[in-house]
Ligand binder design. Structure first.
Ligand SMILES: C[S@@+](CC[C@H](N)C(=O)[O-])C[C@H]1O[C@@H](n2cnc3c(N)ncnc32)[C@H](O)[C@@H]1O
Length: 279
């Protein structure tokens, strides 16, 4: 909470710069760009003065993930239909909320969680006994991997999950596309984008869940739209509609196959995609 309060003094500056737009002063692209002196969010968060803040951010992301439908994930998407010999790679996965939610019901699968170095170091020093046990048994491996860089060749054909990365943090279409293009080079068996969907187009949603989601659509929509505004003002980012996701995926060499909305979430869905051959 005190972090939010600390940001308040920066808002008048943002507003006054916006007002002086016509006086040819540069306009900040987002509230955060004023706060961070032009650094990107993760450059700033991973800079030495922010070490403690980064640790708290990663813990907070795990808590947010747990309240945004992770408990329903194994039910809402048929993970158990994925072949067990396909490792599940969680790209920008933080400190391991995804494998922690899935392993109890998918004990035969194994996970690689990729993130930047400080996050991987925090994840590997966990004191959580379950996670320690999974790490020791090789069920979960935390690896340093920049998602803008090519994936290691041994991950060719893996299942790639990218959850709350593209929409959540200031990735406009060109950066989002670069992330997808670098994943596409490793020919994923499946790409599972878990993110927000603005205005779920129910006709295209997985049949089993369409009715249930229709009942929850208003609540989901409020959440997705609210996050859209927050991301736009804070980071210059955005949430996407199904059409926008579909277009982005095609440019990245993927075909949108199906959409599995998550229950009890703020407009989150699993957007399942496969590789377009020859692209
Ligand atoms: C919004 S958090 C989402 C974390 C997790 N996927 C979830 O759903 O809770 C974004 C994550 O992406 C990581 N990240 C940011 N830039 C990255 C990069 N260039 N390469 C890999 N990971 C990155 C961050 O450290 C952070 O853990």
């Amino acid at each position: 909470m005190h972090e939010g309060r600390a940001a308040i003094p920066f808002f008048p500056e943002l507003v006054s710069k916006k007002i002086s737009e016509s006086s040819s002063q540069p306009t900040p692209s987002s509230a955060f760009s004023i706060y961070s002196n032009g650094q990107s969010f993760y450059e700033w968060l991973h800079s030495p003065p922010q070490v403690e803040r980064n640790v708290n951010f990663n813990l907070a992301m795990r808590s947010v993930a747990q309240t945004e439908g992770l408990a329903f994930l194994p039910v809402d998407y048929p993970f158990n239909a994925l072949p067990v010999n396909k490792v599940i790679v969680d790209v920008g996965g933080g400190i391991g909320a995804l494998p922690a939610a899935l392993l109890p019901s998918l004990p035969d699968h194994s996970f690689i969680v990729q993130d930047l170095a400080p996050v991987v170091s925090q994840a590997n020093s966990t004191e959580d006994p379950c996670m320690r046990d999974w790490i020791m048994k090789g069920k979960v491996r935390f690896c340093i991997q920049d998602f803008f860089a090519p994936q290691p060749p041994e991950l060719n054909g893996a299942v790639f999950v990218i959850k709350n990365v593209i929409n959540r943090h200031n990735y406009g279409d060109s950066e989002a596309l670069n992330i997808l293009l670098s994943l596409r080079k490793s020919t994923p068996y499946r790409l599972l984008l878990i993110d927000r969907l603005v205005i779920p187009q129910l006709g295209k949603i997985h049949k089993v869940q369409a009715t249930e989601i229709a009942g929850n659509a208003a609540g989901s929509q409020r959440g997705a739209t609210l996050y859209d505004l927050v991301m736009a003002s804070l980071h210059g980012g955005k949430n996407r509609t199904l059409e926008e996701w579909s277009r982005l995926l095609v440019l990245g060499g993927f075909r949108l196959e199906s959409v599995f909305p998550l229950r009890a979430s703020t407009g989150q869905a699993v957007i399942e995609a496969t590789c377009i051959e020859g692209s």
